[in-house]
Design a protein around this ligand. Structure first.
Ligand code: SF4
Length: 483
């Protein structure tokens, strides 16, 4: 399994990526490619389920990267069929950071009307209560994942067919979910009523694809058709095409704004806009809100890059690669010794001394979570001779945990939960520190009027503490909502 890198401690962890195709020969190849493009959404494990008439359902689940597990012809030959779904995982519930193979999706259930497999991106906020109830009624869970509840709820449903059972199961689920699922002949996709997590539809030849992000459609040569709408369920077959309906009570959408800032790939399209362009625009807004005299704008690579380009463009301060990322370090580094581990961020990032020595640097990063990395980067810049270091952050202070499918440290570990902006600046030892405002972020994401406080256009709970879906299980565990 790939090792976590020290640098990763200080970022929110992406959730999961889901992908499915129907009506294409060798579906497993397409699913593997799609999952490879979604690898940034989960690196701990991946799985694929396929079906064909002769061999029935087949599956493979592996720990680690897609490229290391799902590229061999030998394995892919064991996955025949023209319909398939897949999942890449970073555990957001169950055994966090210690994925066991039994927790790797897709999950599979055999029902009286045939088998079904599901892959889930998100987090059910009432999973503990559902699980308790299901176990009381005789369900035997195979995994620690909240997503398995959906299969058990389907098993107990009286629905006449699998799509009906899935619909009924998801009506009992609270929280954030984008789901792809399959029967022998049908590919299904569902988004929760608020549309917190993404899901898009693509067309490939005579077949169809569902994916967390459009970048995975590009890799298989599929045409992006549209987003699955919040609260929508699609049932797709090669024969009948896409059938859509809305089984949940309609609500105002609350898409995750952090997808715009960090989780999604910059080459994806979200809500009709390029993620790259939104991030570049965040830099523009940040330069207007928090200008500072300096000589050079540098990104913390790679996620700070588009915002740094926008900041530089708006401020007129030159852009430069003051920090270089070691592309081949990543999470696949051999098990580090303690001495190497203590080098922390230096293993992954290196300062471009010739460029920054003697200069006043504006460093643009996507977020500050614990603040540990920010401090180390500042030290590296000063060691290399920077005259001043000013941090500009492309998201508001992350002061609240996410319960919708993103791994966040406990609230007390979030630096912004315990310190004001001034205290953070002092603690981090930087010359200045500014975060984009919530309004500025909304403007950059395409809402010129800013945040509608009466009815926010996005989920921004990790910044605002306003949770659009009640985190039932966490409240039961003692979590206190903002008063
Ligand atoms: S709390 Fe933050 S990370 Fe979680 S869904 Fe909402 S905006 Fe996204």
């Amino acid at each position: 399994m790939p090792l976590a890198h020290p640098f990763d401690d200080d970022k929110l962890k992406e959730e999961c990526g889901i992908f499915g195709v129907v009506g294409v020969a060798d579906a497993a190849n397409f699913v593997a490619l799609g999952l490879h493009a979604l690898q940034h959404r989960g690196q701990e494990a991946g799985g694929i389920v396929v079906h064909d008439a002769e061999h029935g359902f087949n599956s493979a689940r592996r720990m680690g990267y897609v490229r290391d597990n799902f590229t061999s012809a030998e394995l892919l030959q064991t996955l025949p069929g023209n319909i398939g779904i897949g999942h890449v995982r970073y555990s957001t519930a169950g055994n966090k950071g210690q994925t066991a193979i039994r927790d790797v999706q897709p999950f599979f259930g055999e029902f009286s009307m045939g088998g079904a497999a599901i892959a889930h991106n998100g987090n059910l906020t009432n999973a503990a209560a559902l699980r308790r109830d299901l176990i009381d009624r005789g369900a035997i869970f195979q995994s620690s994942s909240d997503s398995e509840c959906i299969i058990h709820l389907m098993a107990r449903s009286m629905g006449r067919n699998i799509p009906d059972r899935m619909e009924e199961a998801l009506r009992k689920a609270e929280g954030a979910f984008s789901v792809v699922a399959m029967t022998r002949t049908k590919l299904m996709g569902v988004r929760d009523p608020l549309g917190v997590r993404p899901l898009v539809l693509g067309k490939i030849g005579d077949g169809w694809a569902l994916s967390s992000e459009t970048c995975a459609l590009d890799i298989i040569g599929a045409e992006f058709v549209r987003e699955i709408e919040p609260g929508e369920m699609v049932v797709i077959s090669a024969k009948d095409g896409v059938q859509s309906h809305f089984p949940f009570r309609r609500q105002e959408p609350r898409f995750c704004i952090f997808e715009q800032v960090y989780f999604s790939r910059p080459d994806s399209i979200l809500s009709g806009r390029s993620v790259y362009e939104t991030r570049r625009q965040i830099g523009v807004e940040l330069a207007r809100e928090a200008p500072v005299e300096a000589d050079l704008v540098c990104p913390v690579p790679d996620s700070g890059t588009p915002a740094a380009i926008g900041f530089s463009h708006e401020s007129g301060i030159p852009y430069g690669m003051g920090i270089i990322r070691n592309q081949y370090m990543g999470r696949t580094f051999i098990e580090p010794t303690d001495a190497i581990r203590n080098m922390g961020v230096r293993l992954k990032l290196n300062v471009n001394r010739a460029l920054i020595a003697g200069k006043r640097i504006i460093l643009v990063d996507d977020s500050v979570v614990r603040g540990t990395t920010t401090r180390k980067i500042k030290d590296m810049l000063l060691d290399a001779g920077a005259a001043e270091v000013h941090f500009r952050i492309a998201s508001p202070p992350t002061a609240w945990p996410c319960f919708y499918g993103v791994d966040t440290p406990q609230r007390e570990k979030l630096i912004a939960a315990t310190m004001t902006e001034d205290e953070m600046r002092e603690h981090l030892g930087v010359d200045s520190l500014r975060f984009i405002s919530l309004d500025g972020l909304y403007r950059a994401a395409g809402h010129a009027e800013g945040r509608n406080n009466a009815c926010p256009q996005f989920c921004d709970a990790c910044f605002s503490g306003e949770y659009p879906i009640k985190p039932t299980d966490m409240i039961a565990k003692g979590f206190e909502l903002k008063s």
